[in-house]
Design a protein around this ligand. Structure first.
Ligand SMILES: [Zn+2]
Length: 125
């Protein structure tokens, strides 16, 4: 699904400890955190070191540059043929009960061409 940015906002976290994810059965609540490092893998490692948690607890990135597991598969827009801007990278997550399945230790990538209202989602493992 592709939503216009205007009017969107994060939903509030459930009551609880702001420092740790709140596990609600088979649902996981997360916090958006910013790192000063531009490179995703370096930012992920920095976060893990600072938070003393595993890198697998990082569930992805908003914006930035995709950290491809395999070759660069940046798509072209099927409508205008321009290179599609990168939107988000998602990781499977550290817990099999709540993980997304991107082929086993995979990552997923979403791209969107806002003028054309088109988006593409792909994954690699
Ligand atoms: Zn387009």
């Amino acid at each position: 699904m592709l939503f216009p940015l205007d009017g969107l906002g994060p939903i509030p976290l459930p009551e609880g400890d702001d420092e740790a994810p709140l596990v609600l059965g088979d649902v996981r609540a997360v916090v958006l955190e910013r790192e000063s490092e531009d490179d995703y893998e370096l930012a992920r490692a920095a976060w893990a070191a600072r938070s003393e948690r595993p890198k697998s607890a990082v569930l992805g990135q908003l914006g930035g540059r995709p950290a491809w597991i395999q070759a660069d598969e940046t798509p072209s827009c099927p409508s205008c043929a321009r290179t599609m801007p990168f939107i988000v990278q998602l990781e499977e997550g550290p817990d099999h009960r709540t993980s997304m399945n991107f082929g086993g230790a995979g990552s997923a990538y979403a791209f969107a061409c806002e003028p054309c209202g088109r988006a593409l989602f792909l994954w690699q493992c």
